[in-house]
Design a protein around this ligand. Structure first.
Ligand SMILES: N[C@@H](CCC(=O)N[C@@H](CS)C(=O)NCC(=O)O)C(=O)O
Length: 235
């Protein structure tokens, strides 16, 4: 019999959980029907909380063990909890989910960052903003303002980059096929992150396929994605 599970999340000024990787795990826990207690941390709380042992969230604490990195957490959940639906029914499914992530990160998530990084800064807790600016500007080798200067053009590229998902979703209700799987959580997690901070709706209103999938995603598991604080994701 295993003990309670604690999920460390990233929180914004408005109290909303805002990491795309944490959202993957929130959906994973829902699919596995695992109850958990949330601990909300700001960016600068993370190193303090884990004394430097974990630098990013999500982190889970379970039976005295800390696990960071969302992929390690997802695999741990499948190994440890035999409730709900397995996240990766076979090694091949895990490999396909990793393939989706390998495509999604440079083509979609990177462009999201270039559209929304200043929005993330502005939505972060006030005490986290200087750290967020400094760390992201060092990583992007540019001021946040300069990164988002051409964001209307980047948003057009981002919408274009969703084409493979659109093609797939004309055939299937979910990226996982008839039912959602971890590939849906990768994309939904990113959209929910954007929706936590966005001052520019991501999806065009006439993008019916993506909009319908988003609505289905938000409804999953009793509507865990829905939140009155969510900014418009559809223009
Ligand atoms: N590879 C990690 C990435 C997690 C990650 O980058 N988390 C970000 C939030 S989206 C974070 O905790 N950043 C802390 C920081 O920037 O100091 C995973 O899959 O869990």
């Amino acid at each position: 019999m295993s003990g309670p599970l604690r999920l460390y999340e990233l929180v914004l000024e408005n109290g909303r959980s805002a990491s795309p990787y944490v959202w993957r795990i929130r959906y994973a826990l829902a699919q596995k029907q695992v109850a958990y207690e949330s601990v909300m941390l700001g960016f600068t709380d993370i190193p303090r909380t884990f004394s430097g042992r974990c630098k990013t969230v999500p982190v889970i604490e379970h039976d005295g063990t800390l696990i960071s990195d969302s992929w390690d957490i997802a695999e741990y959940l499948d190994r440890t909890f035999h409730t709900g639906v397995k996240l990766f029914s076979t090694p091949a499914e895990l490999a396909m989910c990793k393939l989706m992530d390998a495509w999604f990160a440079p083509n979609v998530a990177r462009r999201m960052l270039h559209v929304y990084v200043l929005d993330v800064h502005d939505a972060a807790k006030p005490e986290d903003r200087a750290y967020f600016r400094q760390s992201r500007e060092a990583r992007l080798q540019s001021s946040l303002e300069a990164v988002v200067e051409n964001r209307i053009a980047t948003l057009a590229e981002l919408r274009e980059a969703l084409a493979p998902l659109r093609t797939h979703l004309r055939r299937f209700p979910f990226l996982g096929g008839a039912a959602p799987n971890y590939t849906d959580y990768i994309a939904l997690g990113a959209l929910l992150w954007v929706g936590s901070v966005s001052t520019l709706p991501l999806l065009a209103r006439d993008d019916e396929v993506m909009c319908a999938w988003l609505e289905r995603g938000l409804e999953l598991y009793g509507g865990i994605g829905r939140d009155p604080r969510l900014k418009p994701l559809i223009e």
